[in-house]
Design a protein around this ligand. Sequence first.
Ligand SMILES: [Cu+2]
Length: 439
Amino acid sequence: MPEYGTRRARRAAAVGLTVAALAAGATTAAGPAAARPRTAAAAPAADCSASYRIEQKLSGGTTWRMCWHYDSKAGLVLEDISYQPKGEPKPIKVLNSARLAQIHVPYDDGKNEYSDLTGQDFAQALMNLSPAECPGGTIKTVKVPDAVDPRHPNVNGLCTTTRARGHAYRMHDVGTDKVHQAQGKDFLVYTVNQVGWYEYITEWRFQDDGLISMNIGATGSLSFDDYDSGDGRGWPIGKGARAYATSHSHDVFWRLDFGLDGSSKTKVEQYDSVVSPRTGGQQGPTTRTTRTKVTRELAGDLKDYRWWRVVSATGTNKDGHARSYEMVPGPTTKYLGRGFTRHDLYVTEYNPCELFASDNPKCDQGHPASVDRWVGGQTLTHPVIWMNVGFHHIARDEDQQPMPVHWQGFAIAPRDVTAMNPLTPSDLAWQNGHWEPRS
Ligand SMILES: [Cu+2]
C-alpha cells in the first residue's frame, strides 16, 4: 500500500500536521466492521443562538431554517435544516446534519494522494469573502478553530444570499387560457477554503421548491509543482510540450444525517426498473419498477434506472403519503483505486464518531478508518447516507489562470413532502389527483 504523500503546501505550517494525521489514520484501519461497538448516544444539540441561526424566506413563500457551525476539519456544517413552503403550518425538518466528509485527491502517477479535509488543513484556510463575491447577501464572521495564523482566527467567510434560477414552472391552462409561470429563487450558503494551490467553494443551495443541492467548485490554480511529468500521465500546458500537469482525481464525499419530520428513524428504499422488449400481447416494450427495502447497511452503486430515497418514519403529507427525499446523483467518475471510493453511496448505522469517509480521525484505536469498512450488515435504525462523487481532472490549457470553477455534487429532491407542487398558485390548488378541466 503506497504511503500518502505530503502536499507541496503553499503554507508550510500544514506539513507537520499532515504526516501525523495520516500516520494515525493508517494504523487504525483494522478489525472487522461488523464487530465494532455502536454508541446510541445522540449528537449534542446544535448551538442555535442568534449568531449561528440562518433563516431565509424566498419570494415563492418558502422559508428555509438551519443552524451552522464551523468544524476544525469539515469546515462548514449545517444542522437542524427545515423547510416550510407556503401553506404548511410549521417547519418540516429535513436533516439533522449535512457536511462534507472528505475530498480525496489521488494522482495518476501514484506519487501523491491527499485527504484534503483531514490531512491538508482545509478548514483552517477559510478565505475572507468580499461583498462582491456574495452579491446581495450577508457575510458572517467565522471563528476558525486552530487557525493557521492564530492572530487572525476570525474570517469573514460565510456567505448567505439568494439567486434567481429561471423558470420554476410554466403551464398554459387550456380552460382559462391563462399562462401560469413563476421564476424560481434559490437560497445559497457557501464558503471558500484553500488547499495548496486549489480553492474549493463549498456550496449548499436550497430551492423554493424544496430541492437541496450540494456542490464543490474547484478553482484557484493548477498545482505548479506538478508541471514535470513527461511520464504519459499528464497533459501539456504552456508553450510547446515542456510543462505537463499531472492528472488526478477529486473524490468528494458528503455525509447526510436525515431527521425527516423530526425523527432519525428514517427508512431507506432502493428502486430498480427493468425494461422488457415487446411480447405478443403488448403494444410496446414494458417497464417494471420494483422497490427493495434497505434494512441493513449498504454499499450501493449507481445504475441506469436505479434510485434511492429516505422515507420519514412518522410524517405524511396532506394526501396521506409518507414524506421522503430522493437522492439525485450528479455526474461522477468513480475512482477504483481505494476501497472507500469503490461505491457511489453508502448507508451506515449512525455512529457519532464516524464523520469522514476516509482517514476518519475521531474513533477509538481499532475502529476502521473508512466508510467501506463500516458497512457490516448491521440493521438500520438511524441510517446515515454517504455520497461519493468523483471527477478525473486531466488539465487543459484553459485551466490557467485562474482555473475556471469546476463543479461536482448531487441533490436531494422532495418526494411527497407536500401534496402538490409547493409553488402551486392558489387558483390551481384544486387540481390534485383526479380532476377535470373546468368547462
Ligand atoms: Cu484538479
